[in-house]
Design a protein around this ligand. Structure first.
Ligand SMILES: Nc1ncnc2c1ncn2[C@@H]1O[C@H](COP(=O)(O)OP(=O)(O)OP(=O)(O)O)[C@@H](O)[C@H]1O
Ligand SMILES: [Mg+2]
Length: 463
């Protein structure tokens, strides 16, 4: 189940390049090589390696400078530093500068491959979640956070008030409503703005990996931990950590988080030494943490500790007043990005206004981006919009039903509604059942029955 990748191996030692390059090819990877920083950066203009293996000591540039340049030139890829004489200091600096991992030379091939696989795994997860986000975070965050409805203005007010404090903030809201943007904005407007802002994707990693990602580990703490590694809390010292999808964290890890929040101290996995950090913690979730507390899935003390201040983000469908502005904003951003000067036609805009946006602002941005690319002329028409917007689902709304056409059955309406709720809850059945006002078992039964009667009908919630 290991995947093969395009790798760029940067090392000034020809023998090492040849030997390691051949070994990596034998384990199924495609390998290109470079012998200097300049050659590595040149290679990146024509290739997009998924992982760069970078020697810290290069003849022409410092490895850290090359690392920074690579991260800038190709933020989607990952860099694993290879170091002859790694100290914790250079390692921390490398991680801070955006390295994914580091290994000391000579490193056993299987260990290196484990790290490569880990990087690929993380990239796959990141791609799925953030397919459209890459390279689009504008420098002036405030201006890029668009809206003027009362609900949105209220959010902005809250952000302005909490930003300069050191409080924890719980940011809640459906997928794509802008939780991460709010977290970035809080950091950017805080006194910590010159220090790191670190996002921990809590849902992306299993328990051991998550703990080691958060707190770091000592050498030998678990299989594969062949050297000590600082955690993100250490990396973020003086700055802000966003615990994204906090609802997915296990109860055991919750205990450790509570301790960091209460005492600002933690231990690396496998260590008994206390480490003290100064970190502001923000958390985000699309789950109902209060409900999870009553189900025993989330610690009450941690919940109260995190939610001293909470910022709920309203779904897009509840603030239609922002839609025009957001459409204009994204058309502007994408026009600039692609070098177009297209605009949106009245009929297409009407379609956008009629949609209920289960994927919220992200879905809207995606729709505009796709429409701009598909549309050959200067004006976006309804047929340029993604299928979900073009096709008015008669079962869901009844709108597209022409006189003389059969009306949808009650069952069809029910199916469509369940699908919609599953989409909104990102296929979270507990939440969906609650929204539908039925028990989870009942929902499960309904889905089962449908699957048995129409084997290919259920594509609800697929993302
Ligand atoms: N008010 C806004 N103005 C401009 N862009 C926005 C706004 N809100 C969200 N976006 C954009 O929508 C996309 C999704 O935002 P973000 O990643 O912050 O959402 P999220 O709530 O963290 O989503 P998820 O729960 O899926 O992680 C991003 O591209 C972001 O830039
Ligand atoms: Mg997010």
């Amino acid at each position: 189940m290991t995947s093969s990748a395009l790798l760029l191996l940067v090392d000034d030692d020809p023998a090492y390049r040849r030997v390691l390059g051949n070994e990596l090819r034998r384990s199924g990877h495609e390998v290109i090589v470079a012998e200097s920083g300049a050659e590595a950066l040149a290679a990146l203009t024509t290739n997009q390696p998924e992982v760069v293996l970078l020697d810290l000591q290069l003849p022409d540039m410092s490895g850290l400078d090359v690392l920074r340049a690579i991260r800038e030139q190709q933020p989607e890829g990952d860099v694993i530093m290879l170091t002859g004489h790694g100290t914790i200091d250079t390692a921390i600096e490398a991680i801070r500068a955006g390295a994914f991992d580091y290994l000391s030379k000579p490193c056993p091939l299987d260990e290196l491959d484990v790290r490569i696989q880990r990087a690929l795994e993380r990239q796959a997860l990141r791609k799925r979640a953030n397919l459209l986000e890459r390279g689009l975070t504008p420098p002036d965050l405030g201006r890029a956070f668009v809206g003027e409805s009362p609900a949105f203005t209220h959010v902005l007010d809250l952000v302005t008030r909490v930003a300069p404090t050191d409080s924890s903030v719980l940011i809640t809201g459906e997928t794509g409503t802008g939780k991460e943007m709010v977290a970035k904005l809080i950091h950017a407007r805080s006194l910590r703005r010159q220090r790191p802002f670190v996002v921990v994707e809590c849902a992306a990693l299993q328990e051991t990996l998550l703990q080691s990602e958060l707190f770091g580990h000592e050498r030998g703490a678990f299989t594969g931990a062949d050297r000590a590694k600082p955690g993100l809390f250490e990396v973020a010292d003086g700055g802000t950590v966003l615990l994204d999808e906090i609802g997915e964290v296990s109860l055991a890890t919750q205990v450790l988080l509570l301790r960091v929040l209460d005492t600002s101290t933690f231990r690396r996995v496998g260590s008994t030494t206390e480490i003290h950090v100064d970190v502001r913690v923000l958390a985000a979730t699309n789950r109902d943490l209060g409900a999870m507390v009553s189900q025993g899935l989330f610690r009450e003390d941690l919940y109260y500790r995190l939610s001293t201040i909470s910022i709920p983000l309203p779904p897009l469908r509840e603030r239609p007043a922002d839609l025009d502005l957001l459409v204009a904003h994204f058309v502007g951003v994408m026009n600039e990005r692609f070098g177009f000067s297209k605009h949106i036609g009245a009929a297409a805009l009407e379609r956008l206004l009629a949609h209920d946006w289960p994927g919220n602002v992200r879905e809207l941005r995606h729709a505009i981006e796709a429409a701009l690319i598909v549309c050959a002329g200067p004006e976006i028409q309804p047929e340029h919009l993604p299928a979900a917007l073009r096709r008015t689902d008669p079962a869901a709304t009844g709108e597209a039903t022409q006189p003389g056409q059969p009306l949808p059955t009650l069952e069809a309406l029910e199916h469509a509604h369940i699908d919609r709720v599953l989409r909104v809850t990102r296929n979270h059945r507990g939440q969906a059942a609650k929204m539908l006002g039925i028990s989870e078992r009942n929902l499960y039964r309904k889905l089962r029955e449908r699957q048995m009667s129409t084997p290919d009908a259920d594509d609800a919630g697929r993302t």
